[in-house]
Design a protein around this ligand. Sequence first.
Ligand code: IVH
Length: 673
Amino acid sequence: MGDKELLQELEKLRGEINYHNYLYNTLDQPEISDDDYDQLFNRLKAIEAEHPEWISPDSPTQRSGASPLGKFKKVRHPNPILSLANGFGSQDAREWYSRILKLNPAVAEADYVLEPKLDGLTVVLHYEKGVFVLGATRGDGLVGEDITENLKTLPSLPLRIPVKPGFEAPDRLVVRGECLIFKKDFEQLNAKLEKAGERAYLNPRNTAAGSLRQLDPKITARRPLKLFVYQIVESSSPTPSTQLQLLTYLSNLGFPTNPLLWHAENIDEAIKICEQEGLERHNWPYDADGIVIKINDLQLAGELGFSGKDPRGALAYKYPGQEVETKLENIIVNVGRTGVLTPEAQLKPVNVGGVVVRQATLHNFDFIRDKDIRIGDQVLIKRAGEVIPYILASLPEKRDGSQLPYKIPTHCPSCGTLVEKDPEQVAYYCPNASCPAQLTRNVENFASRGAMDIEGLGEQIVAQLSKQGLVRSAVDLYKLKKEDLLKLDKFGDKKAENLLRAIEASKYQSLQRLIIGLGIHGIGEVAARKLAQKFGDLEMLGSASLEQLQEVEGVGPNLAKSVYDWFRVEANQHILTEFKTLGIWPIEQTPAASGPLPLAGLTFVVTGALEGFSREGIEAYILENGGKVTSAVSAKTNYLVLGADPGSKYQKALALKVPIISEFELRNLVENK
Ligand code: IVH
């Protein structure tokens, strides 16, 4: 066969495989047997093996997972990936309706599409000439992370559209969807992990999110991730004018769309559906914490505009989390990084809305006392979407006399040292600075994403390293050898080499990250950055007086003392000397002055919950860009940055006619200056 024929065969195979893949994974209606599919696939692999130059990124053979990445690249979304306003119950839904009716009388004639509000992770998928070229997380709504290689491993994600003949893909198409794990798949995954003696995952959402943010796509490939697409973010061709047509259009192109949806002629019908169908939601195959009510007419929806970051044309009708009763079998005590002891409930496994719950948080020991929670009690637990299940109350009427009040441990469960209590705080803690549990937590913190970001060094590996006596403090990480790692569970050459490489790379992290990694009590991202900027290296920071430390913005007497004390602990001094010898001694460069910063001279107040920033994060962002943040609105305030569910600052800003902007507008202010 000549090259031309072979190339034709290859193209045909790819089309066929994509189509059968779609029938199998998206429609769940295979037309050929697995064996026949494998034959097609193997033939394609054989041709590609002969002609590696013909392998294209959209070939079905390229799903299995590319090589690990160092870091995710940032991706700017073509349009902001907005959020949704929440409503709880029919009253909120009616109020939403009245608000939009006032804005546009045409709303009176509107019909609605209702879709389950999937509890997964938003993804944004880019297609150029029908080929999947880029996939990103939502990030802050403006900028996400490039997770293309991970997304390619999702069996139902089309690598090339249209999948079916007879439809035409636009030159450029960007769609939005939700990645999730079905409840059944989640249970299976956990059962497998438990059998292998590994720690089970908490809930499908976190597992889905974690799986997509793996730097090694091969790990993502092993997770049972599903996808549903529901929005067009951008298209080079005209797009359908209603949500119903849009879903059909996307489905025709080969995208998986959620088969569960409802159509309502008016708001009353929509609300009725929410009320009735909500009762069924625990039987849906995935977690959903509500139903999204969308105006079907997309032009009308668009004309309604936005309120902050929420499009006015849609509302998330949310259900409260589910509560169930089970037995509290035991209370175990975890020792945190700073020695604080926290209780954790071990429950008789119970199904809550399709997910088996085994543990729950108990907050602190006062909570156990105040709620009179006893081991052996029947307890009421609540699980709502993303949050870790927690105990609401015990049911004393169900006691049989075998339950005894819980006694706060007198000794550390890890090292046996007598526990102490800070008279001013609720916390009990282990005062032993070389307590193995604390050391392990410290190393975990050091390696974590927010600190030195050592990929592949998670909790379980740190626990093993500590158990083997290989690592007692962060500096020991840099002394690890390949032979050491090979002694660990499931460590082969490759994994050991990767980890060593990641550890080596972390030597060059910034001073800010190293300060976070030290685990000084109370020092997070923002304080670490300011300390790094002011003192420039660990030497200067360590020799700073309490007064000098307090000169740093945001560092009060407590934080200053915490830093000061840390540097005066002998064991910590040793660690610093070792860091220096190892060459881990980052120096903070003072930024070269290059004209005024974009927010110079402006004063901001922030209120409400933000989408893309934590509270500390936005304050740091404003400060970094030369602005000032104050806590109260006054006539001197230049802007109020408004988030969801704002407080009284919002009213005050309205009254004083202070300009109100969203976090998106704030970013524009910075970037377009
Ligand atoms: S529509 C402009 N539909 O819920 C339209 N969102 O709390 C905005 N979500 O970030 C989104 N299922 O990622 C829409 N059927 C659905 C959804 C859905 C889940 C997510 C979405 C959004 C979040 C808002």
